[in-house]
Design a protein around this ligand. Structure first.
Ligand code: BG6
Length: 286
């Protein structure tokens, strides 16, 4: 079966995709991709062994969807970080396959629950395409009768052998908001590639990519391409921040890095009624 309905961790429903190119798993909870293994390879995505798998709670690892805001809510700290889309049950809209691709589309629309957090009518579709690479596309449509603005991210966690031997390129000369330690400092990247020696939390604005994650410990390189995503977020929580997160093991931080296709902060998106916007990323094991 190329697309199999199954029950995942915590009893949550998910779809398992498989074809000649590899396998992938997506939970309906959050339209959350938790696994992608090209054929004969170990998983490209990182998952915490301590992740929650429960209604109303985000999954730690894989590809969380941040929508309709990235990070903390801009004016109301009581609202969930990174928005509500990653903690809600999505529905399966369609599934299809060709000799080249296996594709599923999951959907989420406004409801009484979403309107208490964000008072707009919308439709969100997450298209997951498993082929020679993995494509993830989040399309937002304004179904309201007035414009709205939002921020978003495909908050992808990649597995690495050793973060201290990992680099991320394609960011030299770019302006970024340095958010490590909870602050916000404007900087410009002068390095050929990002290296990691402390908590790293950077939102690069107005940057197209692509980025290459080079993991010297395993010899693995992953190409991260983006479209409709003006921001790239690079994140590793390091020791203290990961220790403060109950769903993140104390010894897991050396083995992950987030490189996120986003529209965040100054790169917010405004949609007129009936208009759509697509933020997408394509991941390739090089
Ligand atoms: C990153 C942010 O994208 O997500 C970080 O830049 C944040 O600031 C991280 O800590 C994880 O967020 P959360 O809500 O999943 O713990």
């Amino acid at each position: 079966m190329p697309i199999l309905d199954t029950i995942g961790a915590g009893g949550l429903p998910c779809l398992d995709l498989s074809n000649t190119f590899g396998t992938a798993r997506i939970y309906l909870h959050g339209a959350h991709v938790t696994s992608w293994s090209p054929i004969g390879q170990r998983d490209v995505l990182w998952m915490s062994a301590y992740s929650h798998f429960a209604a109303g709670k985000p999954i730690r690892g894989g590809i969380p969807l941040c929508f309709p805001w990235f990070g903390g809510h801009p004016t109301d700290a009581s609202k969930p970080a990174h928005g509500f889309a990653r903690s809600m049950a999505w529905t399966v809209h369609s599934r299809s396959e060709t000799t080249e691709h296996t594709t599923v589309v999951l959907a989420l629309s406004d409801s009484a629950a979403t309107k208490t957090a964000w008072p707009h009518a919308f439709r969100a579709e997450l298209t997951l395409t498993l082929g020679r690479n993995l494509q993830v596309a989040l399309t937002i449509t304004n179904t309201d009768n007035a414009p709205f603005s939002f921020t978003e991210a495909l908050h992808t966690y990649f597995g690495v052998g050793d973060i201290t031997q990992t680099t991320v390129d394609g960011l030299k000369g770019a302006a970024y908001d340095d958010r490590a330690g909870g602050g916000s400092v404007a900087r410009t990247d002068q390095e050929t590639a990002v290296t990691f020696a402390a908590e790293t939390d950077r939102a690069y604005v107005g940057i197209n990519g692509p980025h290459i994650i080079s993991d010297r410990a395993t010899g693995r390189c992953i190409r991260v391409e983006k479209s409709g995503a003006k921001t790239t977020v690079v994140w590793n929580p390091w020791i203290a921040k990961s220790a403060a997160m109950p769903d993140f093991g104390n010894h897991e931080w050396p083995h992950m890095v987030c490189v996120e296709a986003a529209n965040a902060f100054a790169d917010s998106v405004t949609l007129q009624p009936k208009a759509s916007h697509c933020c997408a990323t394509t991941l390739t094991l090089v």
